[in-house]
Design a protein around this ligand. Structure first.
Ligand code: NAD
Length: 496
């Protein structure tokens, strides 16, 4: 059985952890590997390697750091198909979707190649007579990244390239469900010329995460995962004095106004509801139809769903399996709860015919109509291919519903009325908003993040926020004396 271990100080390790987990191919249901689950000693070894490396990496010139980032970009680009295959083999998403994930990760590497501009400070000459003042940003030291199962390449790449380019050393703890891609990224970094220890990977579960949160050398933690764990990571990390950004779960609403292009809206609902089997933090899971459009919209969505092929992600299907048997059972239980609560199952994914191994973790795309806000299929993040349609009578009712939801990750409005769209983007309490765009994931040079229970912390991922997160500001006030000097004066310094 293939054993997946850690990557510490520039090389793969193995046999150091006492606990192990199973890795599955979700499309066949077969166990394909075992993954070592790090304990505190493994985490300490990774942090020590990072601490040693950080001391010299912080002094590497910007030219050297960007050269490594450029080389890393070329290697990830050259090996993108292999990365996509690793994602599909352990996560299950279809190959085209996995390739899209790698592409979004590449865009953050490209952003990080521009780190010299992002780190530029300000300079003011003569703030006082013959005194100059300037600002700089310096790395934090050792930082940790903890990522979820649903984007095993893209989410680590939201943080790691920016952290490394800014001069930090990183310990990444990927999801134990699909750990292989992170190890390939680590090897590519070394091939690109990154000194050993600047980027380390420890595999594991909650035990490894808590060891990182408690380790005094770790200065900052970037976390992405479910809301209860994000809250825990934020509280434990900040209590230990660390800087923490913890991105949590989501319930993303798509509001369709009566004047919307219904074909565009139906395409968008299907793509954003069922892409990656709904296992995206920006998936649309609640469709808010402002009457009188609901009947027509539901009919158009159902017609499109009839053409979707669910099956093995390597066979050109539209939608793959769910990540584990346990998760598939959990999502199926939500479908059962929706039916029991009185929602109308317009398309029931439990009956899906799959193009794949019968032992895979399958559930087909499911569409519920007449969902009401107290049903568990609406209140909970399901994280599966289940789209709920809620019918409302007005724009005001729609925006009130969206703002009452505890999550605030992404949302979209579909309309041809610019004024209504403008009002929505102004009033809605959500961090990322799409106008006739269903999955409004910001580009790498903007920052990604939600509001409310979708993000604990102040700074979002990548873009300017990412650079701010992985650096500390410093302001220098300097005076190079000419032969004159001011003499003794105990008063508080002011401009003269
Ligand atoms: P998860 O919370 O179960 O796990 C995330 C990470 O935390 C993993 O590395 C896991 O090993 C670790 N972990 C799990 N339990 C822990 C605990 N008790 N203490 C400490 N660490 C723990 O999430 P998941 O199932 O891997 O991913 C799906 C979730 O991630 C969904 O809720 C989804 O919305 C969310 N997500 C959010 C975003 C975003 O940008 N807001 C992006 C992607 C995924």
């Amino acid at each position: 059985m293939n054993l997946i271990a850690h990557f510490i100080d520039g090389k793969r390790t193995g046999g150091t952890s006492t606990r192990r987990g199973d890795v599955f191919d979700p499309a066949t249901g077969r166990r394909t590997a075992e993954v070592e689950l790090a304990g505190a000693a493994d985490v300490a070894a990774a942090v020590e390697a990072a601490e040693r490396a950080a001391r010299t990496w912080r002094d590497a010139s910007l030219a050297k750091r960007t050269a490594v980032l450029f080389a890393f970009r070329e290697l990830v680009h050259a090996r993108r198909d292999e990365l996509a295959e690793l994602i599909t083999a352990e996560h299950g998403k279809v190959l085209a979707d996995a390739a899209g994930e790698v592409q979004r990760g590449l865009e953050v590497i490209e952003y990080a190649c521009g780190i010299p501009s992002a780190l530029r400070g300000g300079f003011s000459e003569n703030v006082s007579t013959e005194v100059d003042s300037y600002s700089l940003r310096q790395p934090l030291g050792v930082v940790a990244v903890v990522s979820p199962f649903n984007f095993p390449v893209m989410v680590p790449l939201w943080f790691v390239p920016v952290a490394v380019a800014a001069g930090n050393a990183v310990v990444l703890k990927p999801s134990e469900k699909d750990p292989s891609a992170a190890l390939l990224l680590a090897e590519l970094f070394v091939e690109a010329g990154l000194p050993g220890g600047v980027f380390n990977v420890v595999n594991g579960d909650a035990e490894a995460v808590d060891a990182l949160l408690d380790h005094p050398v770790v200065r900052a933690v970037s976390f992405v995962g479910s809301t209860p764990v994000a809250r825990h990571v934020y509280q434990r990390g900040t209590a230990a004095g660390k800087r923490v950004q913890a991105l949590g779960g989501a319930k993303n609403h798509m509001v369709v106004l009566p004047d919307a292009d219904l074909d565009l809206a139906a395409d968008a609902a299907v793509n954003a509801g069922f892409g990656s089997a709904g296992e995206r933090c920006m998936a649309i899971s609640a469709l808010v139809a402002v009457e009188p459009v609901a009947d027509e919209l539901v009919a158009r969505i159902a017609r499109r769903m009839a053409g979707l092929r669910t099956g093995d992600g390597r066979r050109g299907c539209d939608m793959g399996p769910l990540v584990t048997a346990a998760h598939a059972a959990r999502v199926r239980a939500y479908v059962e709860a929706g039916v029991a609560a009185g929602a109308v199952p317009v398309v029931d994914g439990r009956d899906v015919a799959v193009d794949g191994d019968p032992d895979g973790f399958w559930l087909g795309p499911t569409l519920f109509d007449r969902v009401t806000p107290e049903m568990s299929i609406y209140t909970d993040e399901i994280f599966g291919p289940v789209l709920s349609v809620l019918r409302v009578d007005s724009y005001d009712e729609a925006v009130t519903l969206v703002n009452a939801n505890p999550y605030g990750n992404g949302t979209a409005i579909f309309t041809n009325d610019g004024g209504a769209a403008r009002r929505y983007q102004h009033e809605v309490e959500v961090g990322m908003v799409g106008v006739n765009v269903p999955i409004p994931v910001p580009m790498a040079y903007y920052s990604f993040g939600g509001w409310k229970s979708s993000l604990f912390g102040d700074l979002h991922a990548h873009g300017a926020d990412g650079v701010a997160f992985f650096t500390r500001g410093k302001v220098v006030t300097s005076r190079w004396l000419d032969p004159r000097h001011g003499g003794v004066n105990l008063g508080f310094p002011t401009q003269t």
